[in-house]
Design a protein around this ligand. Sequence first.
Ligand SMILES: Cc1ncc(COP(=O)(O)O)c(C=O)c1O
Length: 391
Amino acid sequence: MSPEQLSQALLRIEASPTTAMTDRATELREQGRDIISLSVGEPDFATPVHVIEAAKAALDAGDTKYTPVTGTARLKRAAALHFERDLGIETNPKTVIVTAGGKQAIFEALAATVSAGDEVIIPAPWWVSYPQMVRFCGGTVVLLETRAEDDFRFQPSALEALITSRTKWLLLNSPGNPTGAVFPAEMLRAIADILRRHPQVMVLSDDIYSPLIYTGAPHATLAALCPDLAPRVCTVSGVSKSHAMTGFRIGVATGPAWLIEAMGRLQSNTSGNPASISQAAAVAAFEGPQEFLASWRERFRARRDLVAAAVNAIPGLSCPVPEGAFYVFVDAVPLMGRFADDNALALHLLEHGVAVVAASAFGGKDGFRISFAADEAVLEEAMRRISQALA
Ligand SMILES: Cc1ncc(COP(=O)(O)O)c(C=O)c1O
């Protein structure tokens, strides 16, 4: 066996650069270096106690066997409740699938539908895995550029200019990783007007950060705002970010019955059911108290303000104040004369004790992403190190 035997599909993708940076930071830490990692996308809060208790109870009750492939009836009901209560999307357990993280849901939706030559429009900067998944499936990534001065929102007319007869999907992620951009209801309605003229285009709405909006505005999502389009929208959500459950690996998706069935068909032949214990924990997450989310949101808002203010106070760096998620996308264009590219800049910051991810990993350029899912004192120290590294 040798690497020449790798498939064409595999050769089209590379390992996730966010994971690569986190691994490098861990490696340096193991060598005794003091590294603050702001490269990973997970809340630092502890998983809520009632969720942990539900996982323990499932173990004690012997819930340790296969479950139905696409999720237990109980969790599908809880997920349908979540879609209706939290996102305003009418659904039922039959059009819900439970997956091993939101990531698997997105991959399955794409793998079930994208054939060679199909085009997928992705607003950039994008979450690292979207283009990789599209390429793995043989699809063509169509980049829809957004800019910091527009708060990383695109003009609906720019979207329409990219639509062709081969366009299969538009990917929407609001609140977004890596920019924290939030798409308001009026923007989604304008997008809907365009989509009504192009019935071949489906929409994958990745709402995994939906509780994390700092403007006070309610979360807006296409399938809820425009029910006439719901038959061609797949909405992905989960508990990883909202309930600090990244390690449990539970995601949920809802969409047209034919697509959910196709995703299940794929899942039945690849991974099988998501972990039984994690499913029991996710039931508790969706059905249990949600009040803690408001206090987490407040903590995140304070951290966002701290980091955005610190970035904008460092000569050569700037960022818009993100409206959602837990990322700040930093522009470092004025500094690029000093570094070969933004990877070199990120490595320079790593040498000074802070791990961030270069903008180019996200289809952006000349900057980097900071995750502010860390304690305030840690963030203050990280920003002090960044400031010193660039002085
Ligand atoms: C935009 C976005 N979508 C999906 C995911 C996947 O989440 P999960 O850990 O549930 O697979 C992430 C995680 O980083 C994300 O940032």
